[in-house]
Design a protein around this ligand. Structure first.
Ligand code: URP
Ligand code: ZN
Ligand code: ZN
Ligand code: ZN
Length: 484
């Protein structure tokens, strides 16, 4: 049984052209005019684009004494309703726990996914066992990226020594380190100071995590990566200081990538001065929303190419969960949702405003991260042989974002009331129509794990250069006798 997407305009990261797309057995088998198939999807007036890839989600995440409310069922339903066909979650071993044991738990949780998924492995502690198991994670479990939290002191945070050891191991294995870049020691001290001064509301969350602590940590992680001779991916880049560090590193020849979130691109710090405690607490995430001038920097980075990916860091907590932090902002679970809204919000605030082109939209929502994670062109491409993960996107369709009817388990939406234009008409996951006419058509468990091989080319280039430029002893003749 074949499917044909007919009458649309194909938009990829580098091309825009009119053609039909024919699909069989989950793959794109033909692209061209006047194609016929068993099932025909009308794409007239629509753009046919690679399905979104969200490389930063936390579904059913154990965090701050609770679990994030969207699991792999509701979270991936939200994804496909918003035109995203693959998510990458973070496997989080507990301190002292085997990476491989943690992975079994994540495999189990993810078995409910409605779309394809993969994992980053987090390095939450350090020791010989972690060093050894990193190899098995890369070689036997199809995971080529390792996440490091420079914040969340006392729980997920690792120090510079541990990061350097892990980054060096990544370098040996051809893996990519990721960082949550905030100086966790300074954040903890500022949090205590604010509490001592009686600032216990959600606004204090933002005061305790200024842009400078993100800029400092970003720069530090970049230097550590450079010393370890490994590329670096900086998650949730939210401010000019962090962007500046990334720009500078790239200009100096380093392979450093930055990932703004749709939330930071469109919401600002005024959310935390809302008189309604719930309103502000629902928007507590790390890094916090910033002064508007940082948004201009992030948008500029997307169009200039110094920032490569727009993600969500979807980590949803209900109002009841957020209320754990009444009287102590440090206990408000950190995280916000966005999976269903990422593409429509980016289209509305990016493409429709002229800040980015349609092709840049595809690049930052799908193609760039597929390349960075080494799954291109299986994902992130409209090419013969690629997985038929596609979104038929109607630029004229519009709605006002509301928690009513959303797929997420949350009782609110941080974008509530925002008008968007540009919505998926159809979402296809490996050729199957998983979303159509506003309805989910997939089942739990339809999603498959996407295995990601290490990066032999980058690793070889970096290790070759490292060998060529390694410190070498100078052999000398005629050394003068000492002390004479
Ligand atoms: O506040 C956030 N971002 N929560 C999720 C965990 C993380 O830091 O990415
Ligand atoms: Zn983070
Ligand atoms: Zn995150
Ligand atoms: Zn379900």
């Amino acid at each position: 049984m074949t499917t044909v997407i007919k009458g649309g305009t194909i938009v990829t990261a580098d091309l825009t052209y009119k053609a039909d797309v024919k699909i069989d057995a989950g793959k794109i088998i033909e692209i061209g005019p006047n194609l016929a198939g068993d099932t025909v999807l009308d794409a007239s007036g629509c753009y046919v684009m690679p399905g979104g890839i969200d490389p930063h989600v936390h579904l059913e995440m154990p965090f701050m004494g609770t679990y994030s409310a969207d699991d792999f069922d509701s979270g991936t339903r939200a994804a496909i309703a918003g035109g995203t066909t693959m998510v990458v979650d973070f496997c989080l071993p507990e301190p002292g726990q085997s990476l491989l044991d943690a992975l079994k738990r994540w495999d189990n949780k993810a078995s409910r996914a409605h779309c394809d998924y993969s994992f980053h492995m987090a390095i939450t502690w350090w020791g010989e066992q972690v060093f050894d198991e990193m190899k098995a994670v890369v070689r036997n479990h199809g995971i080529n990226s390792f996440k490091h939290f420079m914040a969340y002191k006392g729980s997920l945070m690792v120090n510079d020594e541990e990061m350097f050891a892990s980054f060096s191991r990544c370098s040996e294995l051809g893996a990519l380190p990721l960082v949550h870049a905030e100086n966790g020691d300074i954040v903890a001290a500022l949090q205590q100071k604010l509490m001592d001064e009686g600032l216990d509301g959600p606004e204090a969350h933002a005061y305790s995590r200024p842009a400078e602590v993100e800029g400092e940590a970003t720069n530090r992680a970049i230097i550590i990566a450079d010393m370890a001779k490994v590329p670096l991916y900086v998650v949730h880049t939210s401010c000019e200081q962090a962007h500046e560090a990334i720009r500078r590193a790239r200009q100096a020849g380093m392979r450093v990538y930055g990932e703004p979130l749709i939330q930071h691109l469109t919401l600002d710090e005024s959310e935390y001065s809302n008189k309604d405690w719930d309103h502000s607490a629902r928007r507590v995430m790390s890094p916090p929303f910033r002064d508007k001038r940082h948004q201009d920097s992030l948008w500029a980075g997307l169009s200039a190419g110094s920032l490569q990916v727009v993600a969500t860091d979807h980590c949803a907590f209900t109002t009841a969960q957020k209320r754990t932090g009444i009287g102590d902002f440090r206990k408000i679970p950190n995280g916000t949702g966005g999976l269903e809204d990422r593409l429509p919000m980016l289209w509305t605030h990016g493409v429709a405003t002229g800040r980015i082109t349609m092709n840049e939209f595809v690049a930052v929502t799908s193609t760039n991260i597929a390349k960075i994670l080494n799954i291109y062109p299986q994902k992130g491409a409209i090419l013969v042989g690629a997985d038929a993960d596609l979104v038929v996107f109607d630029p004229q369709a519009s709605k006002v974002i509301s928690a009513n009817g959303q797929q997420s388990a949350l009782d609110y939406n941080i974008f509530e009331g925002q008008p968007v234009s540009g919505l998926p008409r159809y979402t296809l996951s490996r050729g199957k129509i998983v979303y159509a006419d506003g309805k989910i058509r997939s089942n739990e468990g339809d999603g498959q794990f996407v295995s990601r091989a290490p990066f032999p080319a980058t690793a070889k280039a970096l290790s070759t250069w490292k060998e060529l430029t390694a410190p070498a002893k100078v052999e000398r003749s005629g050394i003068p006798a000492s002390g004479v």
